[in-house]
Design a protein around this ligand. Sequence first.
Ligand code: ZN
Length: 265
Amino acid sequence: MNQREVNEFFEDLAAQFVILDEKQQRRFTKSVDNIRLEVLDVLETYADENSVIPASRRAQVLRAFDTIEQQLYATMSVVLQAILVETATWTIEKVNKYLARNMDAEAQADLVQAVVKNVVSRREPADELQLSDRLYRLSGDLTDDFRKTVRLSISRKQTINKTGREIKAAVDSREWHYKQLSGSESPVTYRKAIGEIAKKSEQVKAVRLHAGVKRSRICLGLSKENRHGLGAGVFLPEKDDDIYSPHPKCTSFLTYELTNEEGDL
Ligand SMILES: [Zn+2]
């Protein structure tokens, strides 16, 4: 196992991860869409025999959206947490196997937890927000859309079928936001897991950042930066926390720099 083979392994792993990440984004979007069905239930509950929600029930129906908002937050939170656990586990298992490292189940579970905790609790430098803040904001924004739609539909005396279609349009119009949440946090988890194994492995001297397919300015800059005099794009996983989350929806990936380039792993 030489440096070239290690590079190829990580390039291939990064390509496999893109597929996992896309699947996860679809799963996350689906979980939000499931809450839409709860909204339709609420509309049915308060509609009269003409499938219209009477103005006299306006306050009641709007109050029901407080519960919807909590459900939305709880669902997104649980599903995203499961996605991050899946990513950390997937990455740790594949990298350990490649390096022929033995890690017992308990040690692996601890490492998965540590990686996910680190990702969930970090604050993005750009806006100082944590993941839970983003989830609160998104569930609040979406529920506000629902309330607005329903308020207007009551004033117009429109049927709940029509309102249901407008609710769907509101959910669909924010799809980009759900995809961005999952599609930013999961890759951070992927890179962080690679960094954590690097820290524990004597065969690994450092990690190298490669700009992703999007070739964003920030990642191109990092891939050329020689921060420690070890070469362009070479970073120390124990010191350089910024390489795990250079910017939202980052597609950069990491490879390992071997301690002894000539020797076998
Ligand atoms: Zn990037």
